[in-house]
Design a protein around this ligand. Structure first.
Ligand SMILES: Nc1ncnc2c1ncn2[C@@H]1O[C@H](COP(=O)(O)OP(=O)(O)OP(=O)(O)O)[C@@H](O)[C@H]1O
Length: 284
């Protein structure tokens, strides 16, 4: 029997048109994700993490290959794939409550007024924001705005939660609190999460698997690391856990040793090609 995957990226590639001609940002990205998995995408700046996420979200169309979610090809954005961006993207003229309600209204589930109120409040409660339902985005902190953004995404009951550096703009303490909230929510709801991060500790703490991307152009998946740490995970206890430190080391080695080597080999090759061309030219 063949295992049916929940979310599947097959041979995904994308060329962006640029004034100098097509730019191949991604090539041959293959990834099979099970329902309920927490996946982190990590890689150097500009390697193509957001592009992968945007293709899953349906915001970009792959030039090659494609994405299948529960047997259906992804061609456009849809409420079953909710996105949380680094900068909350709340509507500034709506309260926390109204921001979440607006997103729920876009999902075609018919809810009575009372059911809607319960559902919006429940999701704000999940992210510990019950005390600020009537506040406007300008009246709450960055971390609180991000919580509302997560509540808004969760309230849409997405099959997949896509998060693009959701805690990137937050201070370390707020970030730690939100990571804990995300772990609790993930344990409760069991939704599939694909999250981009630049933070190695965050990736190891939260993930079931860390997908490490090679540098672009033509970026692809370099390695995938399974994180077999028991849940629930406690950041303080993990600090002294040898397995945790081994995973951190693996990711750091990929990013700062293996990728550097690949880059320097590519640079040497380019230089050598340049010399050959120059020699050819002088012969000619
Ligand atoms: N619309 C576009 N047109 C042309 N090039 C693009 C476009 N979008 C992205 N790129 C290029 O594709 C590559 C991957 O970009 P992407 O934003 O996915 O990287 P990233 O890994 O998310 O970067 P960061 O970590 O800095 O956010 C980059 O070289 C970027 O310049």
């Amino acid at each position: 029997m063949t295992v049916k995957h929940h979310l599947e990226l097959t041979q995904v590639g994308i060329d962006f048109p640029t004034p100098k001609g097509p730019f191949t940002a991604l090539t041959d990205v293959n990834l099979k994700i099970q329902k309920g998995e927490f996946i982190s995408l990590i890689g150097h700046s500009g390697c193509g993490k957001s592009t992968v996420l945007n293709i899953i979200a349906g915001l970009h169309k792959a030039t090659k290959g494609g994405v299948i979610l529960d047997g259906h090809e992804v061609n456009e954005p849809g409420p079953e794939r909710a996105v949380v961006f680094q900068n909350h993207s709340l509507l500034p003229w709506l309260t926390a409550y109204k921001n979440v309600e607006l997103a729920v209204k876009q999902t075609s589930k018919g809810r009575s007024k009372a059911e809607m109120r319960d559902w919006v409040e429940h999701n704000l409660e999940l992210v510990h924001m019950s005390h600020a339902v009537d506040k406007l985005p300008a009246e709450i902190s960055g971390g609180m705005k991000q919580r509302v953004g997560i509540a808004r995404a969760l309230a849409m009951e997405p099959k997949v939660l896509l998060m693009d550096e959701p805690f990137g703009a937050l201070d370390a303490l707020t970030r730690a609190h939100l990571q804990d909230s995300i772990m609790e929510i993930h344990a409760d709801l069991g939704n599939t999460v694909v999250m981009i991060t630049h933070d190695v500790d965050e990736a190891v703490l939260l993930s079931d698997r860390i997908v490490m991307m090679t540098n672009g152009p033509s970026a692809t998946i370099g390695e995938i690391l399974d994180i077999e740490l028991q849940r629930p995970r406690d950041r303080l206890a993990l600090a002294d856990n040898p397995q945790y430190n081994h995973y951190r080391h693996e990711v750091l080695t990929f990013l700062y040793e293996k990728q550097r080597k690949v880059e320097s080999v590519a640079a040497h090759r380019k230089k050598a090609q340049g010399k050959t061309k120059a020699n050819d030219a002088s012969v000619a």
